[in-house]
Design a protein around this ligand. Structure first.
Ligand code: SAH
Length: 357
């Protein structure tokens, strides 16, 4: 008999309590953010030693150009003296470090900022504090608490690869009906399994832009949408700007984008409970629509490649290459930029949602 881990035992108990299954969203919620067993509560996810690498881990230029984007916005508003700078899911703190380095071109902006970070991972919280020393940070466990603490102060918000780490629901079309995806436990085979059931809150006669074929999967992300709604309502009321950067899609699309990553390799979504990152593409089409109905807010989406090129990444790279002495370093700088902007790499898959009041 395979020995169950503490995490999978706790998950089995939750499944039992749910009558034999829990929704995929609850399953992901457990695996990612359970306070004792969850991936983001316990693991060190980022970097070569971790499970995945993000843009600020690839190149400092990414954060520096984002810093310039915020400087431009700040100046367009007459350089206000009080701003809350809110980052969601700051990882190892490198992004904020690079952003603040670029912002040091405008000392009055640095002076205006109070930094708030939303983070659940205790290891990363420590790294974030260390990365920004001596600049103080206020940490919050949820966006809601962060927004309460910020109050009516104009806010700049930054989130890179945060929304892809939030739980979602999947629906699968088969036998002429949409089924909701749940997770159960097969006691004989001793493994977690998908269970596709017709849910009580099913789509009924809703029409969809594309007729589904049998086996089609559709994803919905109510948690992503609700956090984004809170954020845009806050910006719209108090003023400010935001950059939401993530991999995802711009048009309504069917498809299974959920994947599990462990040590930079794809693994089964139903294994390594609490030990692997579970991540899915962000539906930017929906976020755009939510943003567009907010008063006083302008919303724009670009690919990461276009966004960074628009901010001058090629020139900045050129100047770093010229300054570097070592040919190997020159090559690394060029390759890192290519990784961020080439369409065959992160350039097209990653999108940048820009919010401005
Ligand atoms: N922005 C960073 C890290 C992205 S990884 C970068 O670009 O490198 C995702 C980050 O979100 C991590 O810091 C992770 O601990 C945090 N995170 C994941 N789920 C979270 C949740 N539910 N609430 C708050 N933070 C979360």
């Amino acid at each position: 008999m395979t020995k169950q881990t503490k995490a999978s035992k706790a998950l089995c108990a939750l499944i039992k309590k749910g009558g034999g299954q829990i929704s995929l969203r609850d399953y992901m919620g457990f695996c990612l953010s359970h306070p004792i067993h969850g991936y983001y509560s316990t693991q060190k996810p980022l970097g070569k030693e971790g499970d995945f690498i993000t843009a600020p881990e690839i190149s400092q230029v990414f954060g520096e150009l984002i810093g310039l984007w915020f400087i431009d916005f700040w100046e367009s508003k007459g350089s206000p003296a009080q701003i809350a700078f809110l980052e969601l899911g700051p990882g190892r703190g490198l992004l904020m470090q690079d952003v603040l380095r670029a912002m040091s071109l405008r000392p009055a902006l640095l002076k205006a900022l109070t930094i708030h970070q939303v983070e659940i991972n205790p290891h990363l919280k420590k790294e974030q504090i260390a990365a920004l020393l001596p600049t103080p940070i206020t940490h919050h466990d949820t966006l809601e608490n962060a927004l309460k603490s910020i109050g009516n102060t104009p806010t700049y918000c930054l989130a890179n690869e945060f929304f892809d780490a939030l739980p979602l629901d999947q629906y699968i079309y088969k036998k002429g009906a949409w089924h909701k995806r749940y997770v159960g436990y097969d006691g004989e085979k001793e493994k977690f399994i998908f269970k596709d059931l017709i849910p009580e809150d099913h789509f009924g006669n809703c029409t969809f832009p594309m007729k589904p074929e049998s086996g089609t999967i559709m994803e919905t992300a109510p948690l992503v949408e609700s956090l984004f709604r809170q954020l845009v309502a806050h910006l719209s009321k108090n003023g400010g700007a935001g950059l939401i950067i993530d991999y995802g899609y711009n048009d309504f699309a069917y498809g299974d984008t959920l994947q599990a990553l462990k040590k930079h390799k794809s693994t089964s979504v139903l294994k390594n409970i609490g030990q692997a990152d579970l991540t899915a593409h962000v539906n930017f089409a929906t976020l755009l629509r939510i943003g567009q109905i907010c008063p006083n807010l302008s919303v724009k989406i670009e690919t990461q490649g276009d966004f960074l090129k628009g901010l001058g990444i090629e020139m900045r790279t050129q100047s770093l290459v010229q300054k570097a002495q070592d040919p190997q370093l020159k090559d690394n700088i060029r390759k890192s930029t290519a990784r961020l902007i080439e369409s065959s790499q992160m350039g097209d898959l990653f999108k940048v949602l820009q919010l401005r009041t």
